[in-house]
Design a protein around this ligand. Structure first.
Ligand code: ZN
Length: 287
């Protein structure tokens, strides 16, 4: 916001609206700067003023990472939830799925593909937070399982980019079982010497954090990403203490050793290439 336009007295207060303006402008939720959407796209959805990393879709990560974003093999594309509990609370789960599919164009909260990053063939899973809060149900678990299988069989490095509110409670214990399923499969990958890298983006919480997200051989995070298990308010109420500043943010977790490094989106692709090279994978092409 321009300095001359800023309110000079604090006597008058208004609610600081977080909603972004519709149309061609978008407001940064961190510094309130109004940014031209096209400019934001060119800057890989990083705020031009404060470097806030906007949440982006799986497709936008494909564009960012893959040598050719249109050239990939999608694994388990058509797997869909069967609503095993016939869940019907305030909203019918089956209706929620239909709505989420329409909104995102995807069948569930993760897309799993094989594509090339800097010439390195990679098994790549990317979650979509916009699909029912990136929640992990039976479909997300099964797709991750198949992706890991593909990585094992073809000796490919595995990268999963997380964005998730946790387990999908509409599928009850079927959702919780995915934590064990993905973790067990990752142990198999580890036993065969395969590499698993996670990139935790804003937010990564609940059952996702409690399973595959934190099992990476290398755990990367985007700047200022919220990463945790339970919400800060619940923890505060439980322990009856104020939480330290920056609690559950990527920088705090790096300091405490839960995260290996924080990677700016501009550096993500090169970082992945460096990691693959370091772990002795060989590029299949020279792109
Ligand atoms: Zn900003």
């Amino acid at each position: 916001m321009a300095e001359w336009f800023r309110r000079s007295t604090n006597k008058i207060t208004t609610i600081n609206k977080k909603d972004t303006a519709e149309g061609i402008w978008i407001k940064c939720p961190k510094c309130d700067q109004v940014i031209y959407k096209e400019e934001l796209r060119k800057k890989k959805y990083v705020c031009t003023v404060c470097s806030h990393h906007f949440r982006i879709t799986s497709q936008q990560y494909f564009n960012l990472l893959l040598d050719n974003p249109d050239n990939y093999l999608e694994i388990g594309k058509n797997i869909q939830s069967t609503d095993p509990l016939n869940f019907n609370a305030s909203k019918k789960y089956s209706d929620q799925i239909i709505l989420a599919k329409k909104k995102t164009g995807y069948n569930d909260a993760i897309r799993t593909v094989v594509g090339e990053i800097g010439g390195y063939k990679t098994a790549l899973g990317i979650m979509d937070f916009s699909f029912i809060g990136g929640s992990m149900g039976s479909v997300v678990g099964e797709k991750i399982y198949r992706l890991i299988n593909h990585a094992i069989e073809n000796n490919l490095p595995l990268l999963i980019i997380t964005a998730s509110g946790g387990a999908r409670m509409q599928e009850g214990s079927y959702s919780l079982m995915q934590m064990a399923k993905t973790s067990a499969k990752l142990a198999q990958l580890s036993n065969t010497g395969g590499l698993f890298v996670t990139l935790l983006t804003d937010p990564t919480t609940g059952g996702t954090t409690a399973s595959f997200a934190m099992l990476g051989d290398i755990i990367l995070a985007e700047p200022n990403a919220l990463i945790g298990f339970a919400g800060a308010r619940v923890i505060k109420q439980t322990i009856g203490q104020d939480l330290p500043e920056g609690f559950q943010r990527a920088e705090f977790l790096l300091e405490k050793g839960f995260v290996d490094n924080i990677v700016h989106r501009f550096d993500l692709k090169q970082t992945m290439i460096d990691i693959f090279k370091f772990f002795n994978y060989h590029p299949t092409s020279n792109s």
